[in-house]
Structures are given as C-alpha cells and as structure tokens.
Design a protein around this ligand. Structure first.
Ligand SMILES: CC(C)(COP(=O)(O)OP(=O)(O)OC[C@H]1O[C@@H](n2cnc3c(N)ncnc32)[C@H](O)[C@@H]1OP(=O)(O)O)[C@@H](O)C(=O)NCCC(=O)NCCS
Length: 133
C-alpha cells in the first residue's frame, strides 16, 4: 500500500476523534502539539489514515494522539509516523521523549528503546514510557 507521511494541521486529523475515543484514545490539540498524518490518495484526493503528534515542552516531547484506522493496521504506519516524530524531535533539539502507551502501542515503544516508568495515574492499562535521545 502506498502512503505518505507529512506534517499537518489538527483540523486534518480531527475526524479521528470519535473512532479513537471508542478505543479510549483521546485525541485533542494540546498547546505545543506538532501533528503528523499518513495519507493515501483516492480519486486524486489525499485521505488521512493515521496520525500522531509530538507535544513539545522545552527539551521534552510527549508522543501522543497516535491512531491508525483499523483497515490499515499492522502495515507499519505507526512505525512510519514514529520515524517522522523522532526526526522532528532530533532536528529541534529535543532530549527526552515520553509516551502514554496502550497495550497496542507498548511493544513498539519498548522495541524503540523506551523503558517503562510506571502506569498512568488515571488508567492502569496505560503505561508511561520514556527515552533519552
Ligand atoms: C497502536 C496502533 C497505532 C498501531 O498502528 P499500526 O500502524 O497497526 O502499527 P504498525 O503496523 O506500525 O506496528 C508496529 C508494531 O507495533 C506493535 N503492534 C501493533 N499493533 C499491535 C497489536 N494489535 N498487538 C500487538 N502489537 C502490536 C507490533 O510490535 C508491530 O510490529 P510488527 O507488526 O512488526 O509485529 C493502532 O493499533 C491503533 O491506532 N490502535 C488504537 C489506538 C491506540 O491504541 N493508540 C496508541 C496510543 S499511545
């Protein structure tokens, strides 16, 4: 499947809010968020199929808003979004990355060298992970 990843505005990925919410992933646009989306082309239109953002605070970034549409999962889109997030952070002097992982995203964060630092205070199923870059 052909897709491209690029930086985008929150408005482009806002339609994912409802579907992501059903999987208990809250998508909103916090201060400092830089959004990325994966796009496919259908009938000459660019359609977003997944998203993720880096919320920048000083030299730290929180990776959040990670969502890939169901029919496109397990094809490396999350991994590709992660690569773009990481590139952005390295280019902008970020030193530490944090993410609040669901059980679906945790294996990939651990594979990318993040370590568990605890559970999210509001949910035992969310694991907080961190990595210095
Ligand atoms: C988590 C999510 C973003 C993964 O997207 P994806 O594009 O399917 O992920 P990728 O294909 O890039 O997978 C990368 C790796 O993540 C892990 N992974 C992805 N989906 C998984 C699943 N259902 N079960 C276990 N591991 C999974 C695997 O290690 C996978 O590598 P592999 O396919 O080589 O084994 C997607 O399932 C999703 O949107 N889930 C609902 C929202 C959510 O949980 N977001 C995470 C918030 S932090």
């Amino acid at each position: 499947m052909d897709y491209t990843i690029r930086q985008t505005k929150f408005a482009t990925i806002a339609p994912f809010k409802t579907k992501a919410g059903r999987e208990r992933v809250i998508i909103f646009n916090p201060v400092g968020a830089v959004w990325f989306a994966a796009f496919i082309t259908e009938q000459s239109k660019s359609i977003p199929i997944g998203c993720a953002c880096c919320v920048i605070k000083g030299q730290e970034a929180l990776f959040r808003g990670i969502y890939v549409e169901m029919p496109y999962r397990r094809q490396g889109i999350f991994r590709a979004l992660f690569t773009e997030q990481l590139k952005y952070c390295l280019a902008h002097g970020i030193k530490e990355l944090t993410a609040n992982c669901t059980p679906l995203s945790l294996p990939e964060f651990l594979a990318k060298g993040f370590t568990k630092v605890g559970n999210y205070k509001k949910s035992q199923t969310i694991t907080v992970v961190r990595r210095v870059i």
